[in-house]
Design a protein around this ligand. Sequence first.
Ligand code: NAD
Ligand code: UGA
Length: 458
Amino acid sequence: MKFEKDILCVGAGYVGGPTMAMIAYKCPQYKVTVVDINPTRIAQWNSPNLPIYEPGLQEVVEAARGRNLFFSTDIEKGIEEAGIIFVCVNTPTKTFGEGAGLASDLQYLEKTARQIIQSANSPKIIIEKSTLPVRTAQAMERILASNPKGIHFDVLSNPEFLAEGDAIKDLENPDRVLIGSRETANGIKAREELIEIYANWVPREHIISSNIWSSELAKLVANAFLAQRISSINSISALCEASEADVSEVARAVGMDSRVGPKFLNSSVGFGGSCFQKDILNLVYICRHYGLNEVADYWQRVVDINNYQKGRFVMNMLKAMFNTLAGKRICLLGFAFKADTGDTRESPALFITKKLLDERVNLVITDPAALENAKFDLQGTEGQIDFVADPYEAIAGCEAVAVITEWGIYKELDFERIFSSMTKPAFIFDGRNILDHHRLFKMGFNVFPIGKPALTHF
Ligand code: NAD
Ligand code: UGA
């Protein structure tokens, strides 16, 4: 079959895999190939056991795989054949050298650019889908323009706004698709070609375009604003605990103002995930680079409050359990950074685990989708943690349970059964405020929600 377009994606991760699966699913007339340097990941994408857990993903992949969706390690061939290349590689926080701990590590992006130069024999549209510092497209253009074959490349910015756990829903029905381009004839032509792809299923009014720097920056700012809302409500949760106000009631009253809106006001044990902290720190770094120290300080505080919230959660456990946790058996209910994903990157669970191990807790971890990732993350702690899939088994014999991830199944657990299996006095620390606290208290639990008065029997 002759395809209308040959699309390549470099990077088969949490973004590359699902976004390309959705394009292939919606557009059978295009050939979509996803390549990666990691052969294990590619083998998993080609198997019944996909490398990431995401509701609805399996169905979308299975509908298109082998028809017009392909996963491969042959990066050279992919580049040679494609007219459009999405770059979806990881851009983690730099851990070395200048900007360590703040700036984005762009080595994977640059390697991809160099690989494109090496393998390309014809003009191509290169699309930044990775989240990048503002003005990265300029560096990308300069590297690509250095190709000795004189090939013309157009660079577009098309940041991804999907949230894990909701990826398929977000990709199928995005709030907006943002495309940044140069305002040159070539830039506009490239932009139109990308618009044509999305227009196969996204209403035109949801596809917006901007100048390329605005597009790069808008992605960082979108994440910063979302994270800022969580830090704002989390800061208020501390005040609620001190003043006997209830953070859910405060959030409800505030969020009903249509100018504020109700979303992202759930107080929690702290935000996690591979992007919020990374992207804000990157924003902080860029502001400092431009000498905007007040602006940098402002955004840094969003991360500071998040760290404070995670630390506060452990301190509350310590204080509630008579100022010693040593030798106590405690279960973490959930390890993923949010529900409906197996992803544990920057999960608050990692921080909490470390702090509880420092206190010499005898820890049990359970999670319906993230247990393998948790084991991998916690290598080196052998003998100090039990990993148990069944939540009832995990909690039996514990003195305390801490809800870290808001999995729906945790709301449905039989807490009478759980209470009878625990060592008394039994404690619940609800880091997500998902449980019925008054009911648990009546059963005999000592209950410590976030941002609400504790319910204790002593
Ligand atoms: P990821 O680590 O899951 O995937 C990146 C993939 O790129 C890896 O499989 C890696 O092996 C591959 N890779 C790296 N260098 C390569 C190279 N030179 N050639 C081929 N493959 C290469 O990362 P992710 O979560 O998919 O994030 C990718 C980008 O998208 C990041 O910039 C991130 O900030 C952004 N983003 C992520 C999300 C999310 O929900 N995870 C959402 C929006 C945007
Ligand atoms: C976030 C953004 O929502 C996406 O738009 C963006 O594309 C993505 O980052 C990215 O760039 O990687 P994600 O991190 O997958 O998506 O998940 P979110 O739903 O945003 O949750 C992030 C963290 O905040 C989780 O730990 C979650 O539990 C926490 N959270 C969220 C709260 O504590 N309270 C809330 O009210 C909402």
